[in-house]
Design a binder for this molecule. Structure first.
Ligand SMILES: [Zn+2]
Length: 204
């Protein structure tokens, strides 16, 4: 599933819920939700960071890179700065290092709990608590959406490697898949055009 579709599903779902459950949707909360909806694919070979920023494609090099980066940030920070912000960043990096797309951590409930706890910790510490629920929703919607694809996801990783999927699935990149993804994006655009003025006035 493309990043665009994941982004749309996460944000749309959160906006819809915010209307019924009175979630406060600040710009920051929407950004957190958008980032979280892309986060599980951070190790995807086609994700932005891996395609354009990291100069290597090899899985093992990537794992080593993220884990080493995390450890280096952690050590430099403990010796010289001792900022909690850097500590959290280093844990994020190590977590990403431990995951490989669809085979690991980011697409599991365990990964969800790790990332949400880490984010929640930072959010409470730095005073952006209102972003925790939108972040969690963006993340969990990514996992649910991937369960509708024919590959499924290892939701029970690292306890079970079996990939779980919904009874109805589609193949990413197939004509049916493209139609479904386009329909989701179109629905989102219509929904936003229809509801956003109301949502914005509600929160003013
Ligand atoms: Zn994914």
């Amino acid at each position: 599933m493309t990043g665009k579709t994941h982004l749309v599903i996460g944000v749309m779902f959160t906006v819809i819920l915010s209307e019924y459950f009175k979630l406060s949707l600040t710009t920051g909360a929407l950004v957190a939700c958008a980032l979280a909806s892309l986060l599980p694919d951070i190790d995807h070979p086609k994700s932005f960071i891996n395609q354009y920023i990291l100069p290597f494609k090899n899985k093992l090099t990537k794992t080593t890179f993220y884990i080493t980066l995390g450890v280096v940030i952690y050590l430099i920070n403990s010796f010289y700065f001792n900022y909690t912000y850097f500590k959290i960043l280093s844990f994020f990096s190590v977590l990403i290092g431990f995951s490989t797309h669809r085979n690991g951590l980011t697409h599991s409930l365990f990964g969800f709990i790790c990332f949400v706890s880490l984010f929640g910790y930072a959010a409470i510490l730095y005073g952006f608590r209102e972003c925790i629920i939108p972040f969690s929703l963006g993340y969990i919607m990514h996992l649910i959406a991937d369960m509708f694809t024919s590959k499924g996801i290892p939701i029970m990783y690292p306890f079970k490697k079996k990939k779980f999927k919904m009874p109805f699935t589609f193949k990413v990149g197939s004509w049916l898949g493209n139609i479904i993804e386009s329909a989701i994006i179109l629905t989102f655009l219509v929904y936003v055009a229809w509801r956003l003025p109301i949502i914005i006035t509600n929160y003013k």
